[in-house]
Structures are given as structure tokens and as C-alpha cells.
Design a protein around this ligand. Structure first.
Ligand SMILES: [Zn+2]
Length: 81
């Protein structure tokens, strides 16, 4: 049990950084082009994002989430599905 926990902790450090679901991702508004930080958890569970600057609601599709995930993985983050 103890050993298993230690292994898990070590692999977290050895491999790429796991991006927490609480990580904030800037989403650019289509309307005012300002960024709104939205948590990864929210992006996974919603299909719309509301701009905090002008309250414009933009769709956030599953395809966009896939692109975002791919980009994050390319820069060295591991994103849990
Ligand atoms: Zn906006």
C-alpha cells in the first residue's frame, strides 16, 4: 500500500505535468476579443462560455476542447480526459 502510493507520487514528478481540472484556461471572446479565464473543469462540462467583460455568450464545442487538449499536451501537459 505504502509502496504503491510512493510510486504514484514519483511518477507525477517524473513525467509531464498533469494539468488540474481547476487550471484556468483563457478563452478569447468573439465579441470584444478579451480573454476570460475559465477552468478546464467548466470547459469540459459546458458547451458555452460567457465573457466576463461584455457578457457575450459564445459556444464552446467538444471539437474546440479537443484542440485545446492537443495544444496543452504539445506543450508538455497531461490532461486527464
Ligand atoms: Zn467579450
Amino acid at each position: 500500500m505504502t509502496q504503491a502510493m510512493r510510486l504514484t507520487a514519483e511518477s507525477d514528478h517524473d513525467f509531464s505535468t498533469i494539468l488540474s481540472d481547476r487550471a484556468m484556461i483563457p478563452v478569447t471572446c468573439d465579441h470584444c476579443e478579451k480573454d476570460t479565464d475559465v477552468s478546464l473543469e467548466t470547459l469540459k462540462s459546458t458547451s458555452t462560455v460567457m465573457c466576463e467583460h461584455c457578457y457575450h455568450v459564445r459556444p464552446f464545442s467538444n471539437a474546440e476542447l479537443q484542440v485545446l487538449t492537443t495544444v496543452l499536451q504539445r506543450v508538455g501537459y497531461r490532461v486527464t480526459a
